[in-house]
Ligand binder design. Structure first.
Ligand code: CP3
Length: 338
């Protein structure tokens, strides 16, 4: 994985899956029941280490991603957060007037200490050849949950907020960039080999807003992280960015591009000419299995296997995915002929 992120071609390519620790695994559901709530799982290093290792034991992925959530960052800044069973995250929507004092009087890193402990224990417990990925949400994506108080289909509340209150939005994103960079730096200090920045809602913005709210804050994070850890690869994942993927690597400084499944493989090849790409199987091909899965895997390997590729899904695996389909995908990638 590290060779590929450095620009080398490795075939068959290294592979892992976004959301690889999760509800599609019976052992995850069992640990989650023991932990009580989802946040207890994130903040208890015993449980968090266990669920992070579960997919590695089962499938032997080349990379392991820290088990946590992007919303622990606003939580550590003092915003309330709950995960209602089967409904996703809930927060009290932030108001413009609250942003200036966001996080004041809170010991951000002390609240996130269990996450750092999870990372360092993982680096000790994982096989040496398994890459450990740390992560954070990109400021825009984290802000959408803080502003709307929940996930929405098109992030209308946050787009409107940004258009009506541009200064408050700029202040919120700047604050999130600063703390997210500090958070990633601590994860790397604790043993993360690579970090990924999830901008899951990048795809709902017009060109100017994409530049101001996605590109600039991520570029700021990359600058801050590189100032301390110049050699740690950074994967950017601006989901749904479409034609705005072109230029994203250069403008933000990320090492590699995570591609969602809507990116045509011909465009993915062009993006690969500048460095590593990661992706981009439709997670529903994995749910369907059979021919749909095999064809999807083969098409990606054929188009992108001749350059630096990290095989992955185009977004997270869904809870209804049959475990045997994951086994089939891993086998197909690992036994592919170049
Ligand atoms: O990939 C991994 O295995 C690492 C763990 C991880 C989780 N969330 C665990 C999780 C990572 C990297 C995330 C990132 C995350 N969290 C993102 C960005 C990536 C993406 O999927 O777009 C976002 C937007 C969130 C916020 C979030 N967390 C939502 C919207 C939800 C609810 C959706 C759902 O699937 O239920 C969560 C909950 C969540 N985060 C779960 C897991 C395993 C399910 C919680 C449960 O067990 O009940």
């Amino acid at each position: 994985m590290l060779k590929v992120l450095g620009g080398e071609t490795v075939f068959p390519p290294p592979l892992w899956m976004m959301r690889q620790a999760g509800r599609y695994l019976p052992e995850y559901r069992e640990t989650r029941k023991q932990a009580g709530s989802f946040l207890d799982l994130c903040y208890n290093p015993d449980f968090a280490v266990e669920v992070t290792l579960q997919p590695i034991r089962r499938f032997g992925f080349d990379a392991s991603i820290l088990f946590s959530d992007i919303l622990v960052v606003p939580h550590a800044l003092g915003r309330d957060l709950t995960f209602a069973e089967g409904e996703g995250p809930r927060m009290t929507p932030i108001e413009a007037a609250e942003i200036e004092r966001l996080g004041e009087g809170r010991d951000f890193h002390a609240r996130l200490a269990p996450v750092y402990e999870t990372v360092s224990r993982l680096r000790t417990e994982l096989p040496k050849e398994t890459t450990l990925i740390g992560f954070c949400g990109a400021p825009w994506t984290v802000a959408t949950y803080m502003i709307a108080g929940r996930g929405t289909p098109d992030q209308a509340p946050s787009r409107l907020f940004g258009f009506r209150e541009p200064e408050a939005m700029a202040m919120l994103l700047a604050r999130l960039s600063e703390v997210s960079a500090a958070y990633l730096i601590r994860q790397i200090d604790a043993g993360a080999d690579v970090v990924q920045i999830f901008d899951s809602w990048a795809g709902v913005l017009d060109e100017a807003s994409f530049s101001a709210w996605c590109v600039e804050p991520v570029a700021d994070i990359v600058r801050r992280v590189r100032a301390v850890h110049p050699d740690t690869p950074i994967i950017g994942f601006p989901r749904g960015a479409g034609s705005l993927f072109a230029g994203y690597r250069q403008r933000t400084g990320v090492t590699a591009l995570g591609l969602d499944w809507s990116v045509p493989l011909s465009q993915a090849r062009d993006l690969q000419a500048q460095g590593a790409v990661q992706g981009n199987l439709d997670p529903l091909r994995l749910v369907a299995g059979g021919r749909a899965l095999d064809d999807g895997v083969d098409a990606i390997l054929k188009a992108l296997g001749g350059g630096p590729l990290v095989f992955n899904l185009g977004h997270g695996i869904t809870p209804d995915c049959p475990v045997e389909n994951v086994e089939r995908m891993v086998k197909r990638v690992r036994t592919a002929q170049g």
